[in-house]
Ligand binder design. Structure first.
Ligand code: NAG
Ligand code: NAG
Ligand code: NAG
Ligand code: NAG
Ligand code: NAG
Length: 559
C-alpha cells in the first residue's frame, strides 16, 4: 500500500498532537487506514440512520445518497430473477432482481426500442429510460476543464465500452421475445452491499459512493461525465474479481445484484427460463403499462422494512462509511443539505476509505461469526422511542399523560424510593438508559472491529441524547403543577428538537394505506415527483400516470 504524503503529514501531526487527537485516530494493525472517532461522534446521527436504513426500501429511498459499504452473504438456495432478450445463460456479468416483478420488466416481449411512455426499455439493465439524457448527449458537451485533465488512455477504453453500449450491443433486435430466467444460489454468495439508492442514475449523487470506490481503486475509472450502468457493472466486477467476491447489491425500485460470473460453477444454478407473451398472445392486462409499473412498485414497497434474515445477511461489523472519516460530506446544493455528497472528498481521502474497505473485505469475505448486529441494536431503540417521541411532540397530551409516557420509558432505569424526587434526577439514570441498548455490543468488545468501535461511538451519542432529553422532560414535569402549560410546551419543544436531530425515516411514512391495492409511495428510481419525496402518500393503480410524469430523478440537470 502506498504511503502518501498526506499519510506522512498526518502521522507527523499525530505524533506532535497526541494529547488532542489520541482518542480520535484508529488504524488497523500493519496499515494506516481506519475510521476517525471524532468524525463518528460528529456524524453520530447520520451513522445511526445508515445502520437503520440499510437493506430497507423505505429508509434507502428517503436517504438515497449512500456513503457506506457492507459485506453481505446470500445463503445457499435463494432464488433470483433475470429478464433477458435471450433464453440462454448470459456469458458475462449481469443483473439479478430480488423480486419477480422487477425482472419481469426486463423480460417483456415486443419492440424494446419503442417502450410505452415512461416504462423502462424492456431490455437488459444497462439501457436507461427514454426520458433521460443518454451518455452521449451528456459527454462531449459538458466536460469541464478539470474533467478533461483526467482524460487518459484509460478513459478512451471506457469510451469504447460506452460506444459498444450505444450501438446496442445488449439490445435485442426489434420485436423479439423476452425471457424470464430464474437462478438459485448453489453456495453462499459473497457480495458487497452499496447503501442508499446506488442503482439510481439521477443527478442527486446516488452514485457518489461507487465513484469513490472506483476512483480510489480501479485503474480503469476516471472522474468525468456520468457513466452508463454497463460501465459501472463492468468496473465493479473487475474490482469484485480482484477482491474475491461474487458481486454487488444495490437498490432502485427494488433490490438487485450485479452478479459477476454467470457461468456454471460461478455460484448460480440455472433453474428455469420461459418466454414472455407478446401482447397479441395473451388476453390479460399484463402488457398494460400501468399494471406493470404498479406491480413493480408494489413489490418494491413490500420491502420497505427490509427482508427476512434468510434472504440476505449483512455483516454489520464490516460497515465502512464515509461518515466515520474526517472528510467533507456537505452537499454544495443548498436546497439539499439533508443529502450527503462525496464530491468534496479528495482523491487521497477516497483512496484511504476504499483501501480500508479493501482490508475489511480481505479479512472478512469468508464470513465471520459472531459479529455485532448493529441493526438489531438500532431497531430496539427506534422501536421503543419512535412513536412515543412523535406522540409527545405532536400528541397534545395532558401533563398526566405525558408523565405516564415518560415514566414508562424511564422507570426501568430508576431505583425507587431514592429516585422518587424527579427534580433531582439520579445522574446514573441516563447512563443506565444509554447502556441498556448497547449492552449486546459492550459484552463483545473482544471481537470488535475498528468499524464496530466507530458504530459504538455513534450509537452511544444518539442513545445518550435520547435518554438525557427524556430525563430533562421528567425533571421539568415533576416541578410543574398539574396541568401547567409552560412545562408541557417546554417538554414538547425538547422532544421536537430531538426529533429534528434524529431525522428517523419512521416519521416520514404514509401510515396504513386504506386498501391493499395501495402502497406507500416515495420516489424510487426512476419514478416519482419532488412532491412525492416531501409528502409520501398511498398510491394505487390509477395513480400510475402521475408517478411516471413526476420527474424527481430527471429534474436535477445538469448533473
Ligand atoms: C481494466 O484494467 C485491467 C487491469 O489493468 C485490464 O486487464 C482490463 O482489460 C481493463 N478493462 C478495461 C475495460 O479497460
Ligand atoms: C404477435 O406479434 C408478434 C410481434 O409483433 C408477431 O411477430 C407475431 O406474428 C404475432 N402473432 C400473432 C399470432 O399474431
Ligand atoms: C465543505 O463543502 C461545502 C460544499 O461545497 C463547502 O461549502 C464547505 O466550505 C466545505 N467545508 C470545508 C471545511 O471545507
Ligand atoms: C388539546 O387538548 C386540550 C385538552 O384536552 C383541548 O382543549 C384542546 O382543544 C386540544 N388542542 C388541540 C389543538 O387539539
Ligand atoms: C426534591 O428535591 C428538591 C431539590 O433538592 C427539593 O427542593 C424538594 O424539597 C425535594 N422534594 C421532595 C418531595 O423531597
Amino acid at each position: 500500500m502506498l504511503l502518501s504524503v498526506r499519510h506522512l503529514l498526518s502521522f507527523w501531526l499525530l505524533v506532535f498532537s497526541i494529547p488532542l487527537t489520541s482518542t480520535s485516530a484508529l488504524v488497523a494493525p500493519g496499515s494506516s487506514y481506519g475510521p476517525d472517532l471524532d468524525a463518528a461522534r460528529r456524524n453520530a446521527f447520520h451513522i445511526f440512520n445508515v445502520i437503520h436504513c440499510a437493506m430497507r426500501q423505505w429508509g434507502s429511498s428517503v436517504n438515497h445518497n449512500g456513503v457506506s459499504f457492507f459485506l453481505a452473504t446470500v445463503p445457499e438456495g435463494n432464488l433470483f430473477y433475470h429478464g433477458s432478450s435471450s433464453p440462454d445463460r448470459p456469458d458475462s456479468f449481469e443483473w439479478l432482481a430480488f423480486e419477480v416483478e422487477h425482472a419481469s420488466g426486463f423480460a417483456l416481449s415486443g419492440d424494446p426500442r419503442m417502450p410505452p411512455p415512461g416504462l423502462p426499455r424492456p431490455t437488459n439493465k444497462p439501457d436507461t429510460f427514454s426520458w433521460q439524457p443518454s451518455y452521449s448527449e451528456i459527454s462531449g458537451t459538458q466536460m469541464s476543464p478539470t474533467q478533461e485533465s483526467h482524460v487518459t488512455e484509460d478513459s478512451s477504453a471506457q469510451n469504447r465500452l460506452i460506444e459498444d453500449d450505444d450501438r446496442g450491443k445488449h439490445s435485442p433486435p426489434p420485436t423479439s421475445r423476452g425471457y424470464f430466467q430464474t437462478y438459485r444460489a448453489s453456495r453462499p454468495l459473497k457480495l458487497i452491499y452499496i447503501d442508499g439508492m446506488g442503482a439510481a442514475e439521477g443527478c442527486w449523487g446516488t452514485t457518489d459512493s461507487q465513484d469513490l470506490l472506483l476512483l480510489g481503486l480501479s485503474r480503469n475509472f476516471t472522474d468525468g461525465p456520468r457513466l452508463g450502468d454497463t460501465v459501472y457493472g463492468r468496473l465493479l466486477c473487475e474490482l469484485a474479481k480482484e477482491w474475491g467476491v461474487d458481486g454487488w447489491v444495490r437498490m432502485e425500485t427494488g433490490f438487485e445484484i450485479i452478479y459477476c460470473d454467470f457461468a456454471s460453477g460461478g455460484g448460480l444454478e440455472f433453474v428455469s427460463q420461459h418466454g414472455s407473451a407478446f401482447p397479441n398472445e395473451t388476453e390479460n392486462s399484463q402488457w398494460e403499462v400501468k399494471t406493470l409499473l404498479f406491480e413493480l412498485l408494489r413489490a418494491a414497497a413490500k420491502r420497505h422494512d427490509g427482508f427476512s434474515s434468510g434472504r440476505i445477511r449483512i455483516d454489520w461489523s464490516s460497515m465502512v462509511t464515509a461518515f466515520a472519516y474526517d472528510v467533507n460530506t456537505t452537499n454544495p446544493d443548498l436546497e439539499r443539505q439533508d443529502l450527503p455528497r462525496l464530491i468534496e472528498v479528495t482523491k487521497e481521502e477516497k483512496e484511504d476509505i476504499g483501501a480500508r474497505f479493501g482490508e475489511v473485505v480481505a479479512s472478512r469475505k469468508h464470513g465471520v461469526n459472531p459479529m455485532i448486529d448493529w441493526q438489531n441494536i438500532v431497531d430496539d431503540i427506534v422501536t421503543r422511542f419512535s412513536d412515543r417521541l412523535n406522540f409527545i411532540t405532536h400528541g397534545n397530551l395532558s401533563v398526566e399523560m405525558l408523565w405516564g409516557e415518560v415514566s414508562t420509558l424511564l422507570n426501568p432505569f430508576l431505583n425507587f424510593p431514592e429516585d422518587r424526587n424527579a427534580s433531582t434526577p439520579s445522574p446514573i439514570g441516563v447512563t443506565l438508559c444509554t447502556n441498556h441498548y448497547l449492552n449486546a455490543a459492550m459484552m463483545r468488545r473482544d471481537i470488535w472491529t475498528l468499524e464496530d468501535t466507530a458504530n459504538f461511538i455513534a450509537v452511544k451519542v444518539v442513545a445518550d441524547k435520547i435518554c438525557s432529553s427524556l430525563f430533562q422532560i421528567r425533571t421539568l414535569l415533576s416541578s410543574a403543577r398539574v396541568g401547567e402549560e409552560s412545562a408541557l410546551l417546554k417538554s414538547r419543544t425538547i422532544a421536537g428538537t430531538l426529533m429534528d436531530q434524529l431525522q428517523w425515516t419512521t416519521w416520514k411514512g404514509c401510515g396504513r394505506c386504506a386498501s391493499s391495492w395501495q402502497f406507500c409511495f416515495i420516489p424510487m428510481f426512476p419514478t416519482g415527483s419532488v412532491e412525492d419525496y416531501y409528502s409520501p402518500n398511498c398510491k394505487g393503480l390509477d395513480d400510475m400516470d402521475d408517478v411516471v410524469k413526476g420527474c424527481y430523478w430527471a429534474g436535477v440537470v445538469p448533473c
